[in-house]
Design a protein around this ligand. Sequence first.
Ligand code: LIP
Length: 286
Amino acid sequence: MNPTPHDLAALEALAVEVAREAAAFIVEQRPTELEVSTKSTHTDVVTVMDSRSQELISERLRTARPQDAFFGEEDGAERGGDPSETGLTWVVDPIDGTVNYLYGLAPYAVSVAVVEGDPAVPGEWRPVAGAVVDATSGEVFHAHLGGGSRRRGVDGTETELTGSGCTDIAQALVATGFGYDSAKRGRQARALVELLPAIRDIRRGGSAALDLCHVASGQVDGYYEMGVNAWDIAAAWLVITEAGGLLTGASGRPPSPDSVVAAGPGVHADLLALVDSVIDLVREDR
Ligand code: LIP
């Protein structure tokens, strides 16, 4: 997929600007009584702030980039114009780590990415610029295709991200997450029982986007999860690959809700082999 002739640095800067504004909004405007409803299950929550954050992001992006398409977690794909005119779609998670946000528990994030192709079809899209803002720390993870991967601290200091140097899977600290469906969580737990003895330990932070950014920063050595969506991974995918990391699905296929496996080059193949050895325990049709 040849990159389209867009100013990717400018698109990255727009993603950073909008994600930072939305992150500040969800913290500063959080009502004392948070209206909550549920989606796929009784634990798959969406708050009024998920919707308000997405409205803010959508309004800012449509003003700045009216001819791009928009694909947000809270209302699915919308056409912001004729995507064929730009070939670009903004993929947004207005609050990643919604359960953490509901409980007032760090971390939770805002993820804003712009992608080429169709983000609704695994293997048919890739990110070209994006940003993930940790709304609880103020840190910004950002990247554009070919531009490297950075973390901006709250003091504005930029740090180049190059991942962890881990080369031994038995020493790997691995982040993961679990789904909202209780039967699937049970299957994911059984897979974890098989996988855990082969690695150092797991961490379950509650935000896939930040888990993936922490692979890029070397704060964990790897990440895997079954059941995350394009909006969870779109920006962080680029943050990882621009930091020299690898992100695939099981069996090396493109990432999809079936599976995401991310790590540095020293352990990605070993983590992928472990996930491949347990993934049938998780898939429903087995
Ligand atoms: C969450 C992910 C997390 C996963 C949760 C949920 P949300 O996204 O970031 O890694 O384990 O099940 O999908 O729902 O907070 O946007």
